[in-house]
Every structure is written in structure tokens, then in C-alpha cells.
Design a protein around this ligand. Structure first.
Ligand SMILES: Nc1ncnc2c1ncn2[C@@H]1O[C@H](COP(=O)(O)OP(=O)(O)OP(=O)(O)O)[C@@H](O)[C@H]1O
Ligand SMILES: [Mg+2]
Length: 408
């Protein structure tokens, strides 16, 4: 190959170099990210168009030789200077920082910096490519903001829920008390019923004492016997009062009680009334069924159910009215079944009888909180179950609560 062909004229080399340089400049200026060269002291050696736009400079002459780090927010300035230092020590690095442009616009930027070396390997400047990440940052900040709001909302929601729950609990407890006090009116009626007989007996004894005394036949022994029987009667009457008084005291602590005792306590309050209405009560509860719970509240439930049975029996004018109560344990559960023959509960309302204020009795007769309260007492306070079904022309209520482990 002839050597003359390898020779390229000098003019062509310069031309090519110029063309290449321009081509490179075009590429750099077209690049959408900021490309810049910084000197060791941070002064600007070169910056492309995208970079000038980022810092709001009209042209390169405006900022040539200026210190870019002066635009960087003070809190990131040291890191920025360190980035330059590291580059001149031969290390690449990156930094996320904030700047304020020459016209005051604030941006979040992300820079990747590398040392730029000459042909001999000496570092001559720092080359940095910087990207505007303001939108991403703002989105992240907005997200963090929302997250914080959500967390606050969450925690206040939890607080509000627990407050609402405790308010409901308090309301329920107040209703239990109210329901018990509503029963008080009926109780006084029952005391009157229960006292009628013993008061009558006391009157008879006193009359006979007076008679014997008037006729001069009052013997000491007769007097002693009469006084003794009178004391028994008075004791019985005072017992009734004690029972009533205890019943109105709310149970404070969960404790073991005998199912039969709680049922008998409830029965005591209505027995006179039931007798008066000729309602036969038949009770069959195993002696050794014990449960853990609140006996007075349990008795209150039994009382509500008895009262409802009595009302149904009376309203439907049943010829041989009865209430049957059976109790026992079934697999660790103390179960009480109370059945009447009062006609049962309409299938159209049976789903609603435990709702608060549901009553079919008319305003002055029923408030409709009896069964609602009973359900709260059994299911919330004693972790049991209260259910109902119709059976043989009547309603049957079933109360289940945990039996006392050692006694069941
Ligand atoms: N044994 C029953 N037989 C027929 N219906 C019943 C029986 N027990 C309850 N009910 C029905 O369920 C309804 C709700 O009973 P609940 O005890 O909650 O309220 P109430 O007796 O009407 O009023 P109170 O608040 O005075 O008890 C009653 O109105 C009645 O219609
Ligand atoms: Mg009722």
C-alpha cells in the first residue's frame, strides 16, 4: 500500500476536531440532565443548558467561575463541598440536596459526581450529572405527610373507639341498674303480697293474747309460745326485706354461686304474685350446679324471664298456666331452661325481642329493655348465651353460662 495514502492534510484534522467538539457540545446541551464541570475550589468550569435552566441562569457567562455550592441550601453545603473533595481524591459519589435558583426557585437535586482525568491520569475537574427530583421528593413528602395523618387518625380512631366502647359499657351498666330499679315497683307489690299472710297471722296471735288476757286465762306458757311464733313470723318478714335489699346491691366481683340459689332468690320475689295468678311453678335444678358469675345479675335475668312469662300467661288468659324451670350442666356449661305455656312468641318478632326498647306491651306496661339487659348481662358480663325458641305452645328461654370448674 503506498504510504502517501495514509497522510491526512492538517486542515482536515482541525476541521474534524472542531466538528467533533461541536457535535459533543450539541450532545451535552441536548442532554436533559445537568452536566457540569467543577474545579477543586468549586468554581464552575462548564455547565450545559439543562444545568443553566436548573439554576435559573440566562447563559453560561453569568455563572462562569462562580461557586455553585453557594446556591446549595446551607444544611447540604458541607456535604456538597465534601463531594467535590472526594472527587478530587479520586472517588465517585452522590448527593441529594436542595438549591435555591438565582431567581429564587427551590429545587431538589440528585448529583452523581466522578473525577475527570486527563490523558496522564491527573484529575483535572469534577464531572457531575444532576437530575431534578423535586416532583419525586414532593410526592414522597406528601406521602409521608399523608402517612402521618393516617397514623394520627388511626390512633385517635382507636382512642375514640375505646372511649365509645367504654361509654356503651357504662350505659349498659346504668341500664342494668335502671332495669333493676324498674323492678323495684313490682318488688314492693311483692313485699305486700308476701307480708299479707304473716301480718294476718301476727294479728290473729295478738287477738288471741288479748282474748285470753281479758278472760283472765292468759297462762305464761301460752304467752311464751305466742311470743315465740310471733318472733318467727317477724324474722321471716325481716328476711324478705334483707333479700330485697341485697338484690338491689350490684354485684362487684365475679364469684362462684349455686344456680339453684340464684333462681330461688328470683322466685322469692314473684312467687306471691305467681301464686295469686294461679301460675304453677315447677322447678327442677340439680343441687350441685355451680357457676362463676354475678348471682344478683343472674337472678335479675331469671326475674325478667319470669315476669315476661307471667305477662304472656295473663295476657292470653291461659286456663292451666305453668312455668317450668330445669337446670343442669352440659359439658362444662351451667344451663337453665325456663319454659311457659303462654302461647309463645310470634315468629315475625322473635328475632327482635332482644333488641333494646322492643316491646309489644304498650307504653305503660313494658319498656322493652328487660330482655336486652338480660342478654347483655349473660353474654357480655358472664360470657354466656341467652337464647329463645317456641316449644309446645309456649316460649322457652335458655341461659348458658360457664359452670364452676371444680363443681361441675
Ligand atoms: N315468655 C314470653 N312469651 C311471649 N312473648 C314474650 C315472652 N317473653 C318475651 N316476650 C316478648 O318479647 C318482648 C320483649 O320483652 P322484654 O322483656 O325485653 O320487654 P317487655 O317485657 O316488653 O318490657 P320490660 O322492659 O318491662 O321488660 C315482649 O314485649 C314480648 O312481646
Ligand atoms: Mg320484660
Amino acid at each position: 500500500m503506498p504510504t502517501g495514502q495514509l497522510k491526512i492534510p492538517a486542515i482536515d484534522i482541525e476541521q474534524t476536531l472542531r466538528e467533533n467538539e461541536q457535535f459533543l457540545k450539541l450532545i451535552i446541551d441536548t442532554e436533559p440532565e445537568c452536566v457540569k464541570l467543577l474545579d477543586r475550589d468549586g468554581s464552575l468550569l462548564m455547565m450545559n443548558r439543562a444545568g443553566l435552566e436548573m439554576i435559573e441562569a440566562e447563559n453560561f457567562e453569568m455563572v462562569k467561575g462562580g461557586k455553585v455550592h453557594e446556591l446549595v441550601d446551607p444544611e447540604y453545603r458541607d456535604d456538597f463541598i465534601n463531594l467535590i473533595r472526594a472527587a478530587f481524591e479520586g472517588n465517585a459519589g452522590e448527593l441529594v440536596f436542595k438549591i435555591t435558583g438565582l431567581k429564587g426557585r427551590r429545587l431538589w437535586l440528585e448529583s452523581h459526581a466522578v473525577p475527570l482525568r486527563n490523558e496522564q491520569g491527573a484529575i483535572i475537574s469534577m464531572l457531575a450529572i444532576t437530575r431534578d427530583i423535586t416532583i419525586r421528593k414532593q410526592a414522597l413528602e406528601a406521602l409521608a405527610d399523608k402517612q402521618q395523618q393516617l397514623e394520627m387518625l388511626n390512633s385517635s380512631l382507636e382512642q375514640r373507639i375505646s372511649q365509645a366502647v367504654s361509654e356503651i359499657r357504662l350505659k349498659d351498666r346504668m341500664m342494668i341498674q335502671q332495669n333493676r330499679q324498674a323492678a323495684m315497683g313490682e318488688m314492693i307489690n311483692n313485699i305486700a303480697h308476701q307480708w299479707r299472710q304473716p301480718l294476718n297471722n301476727l294479728g290473729l296471735i295478738l287477738q288471741s293474747i288479748e282474748k285470753s288476757f281479758s278472760s283472765g286465762n292468759l297462762r305464761e306458757e301460752e304467752l311464751r309460745t305466742d311470743v315465740h311464733s310471733s318472733m318467727d313470723i317477724i324474722k321471716f318478714m325481716s328476711h324478705t326485706i334483707d333479700d330485697f335489699r341485697n338484690f338491689f346491691r350490684p354485684d362487684k366481683q365475679l364469684h362462684m354461686f349455686r344456680l339453684k340459689d340464684a333462681v330461688q332468690l328470683a322466685l322469692k320475689f314473684v312467687s306471691a304474685d305467681l301464686q295469686y295468678q294461679r301460675i304453677a311453678v315447677d322447678m327442677d335444678i340439680h343441687e350441685d350446679v355451680y357457676a362463676n358469675g354475678y348471682p344478683n345479675e343472674y337472678a335479675q335475668v331469671v326475674l325478667n324471664i319470669l315476669g315476661n312469662a307471667r305477662d304472656a300467661l295473663a295476657a292470653n288468659d291461659i286456663s292451666k298456666p305453668f312455668i317450668r324451670i330445669e337446670g343442669g350442666t352440659e359439658g362444662g356449661i351451667a344451663v337453665l331452661r325456663m319454659r311457659d305455656n303462654g302461647g309463645g312468641i310470634g315468629e315475625d318478632i322473635i328475632e327482635r325481642i332482644f333488641d333494646p326498647y322492643f316491646s309489644t306491651k304498650g307504653e305503660d306496661k313494658g319498656t322493652g329493655i328487660g330482655l336486652y339487659m338480660s342478654k347483655v348481662i349473660i353474654e357480655n358480663n358472664m360470657k354466656g348465651r341467652l337464647t329463645v325458641c317456641n316449644i309446645n305452645g309456649g316460649a322457652e328461654f335458655r341461659i348458658e353460662i360457664p359452670a364452676h370448674p371444680s363443681k361441675s
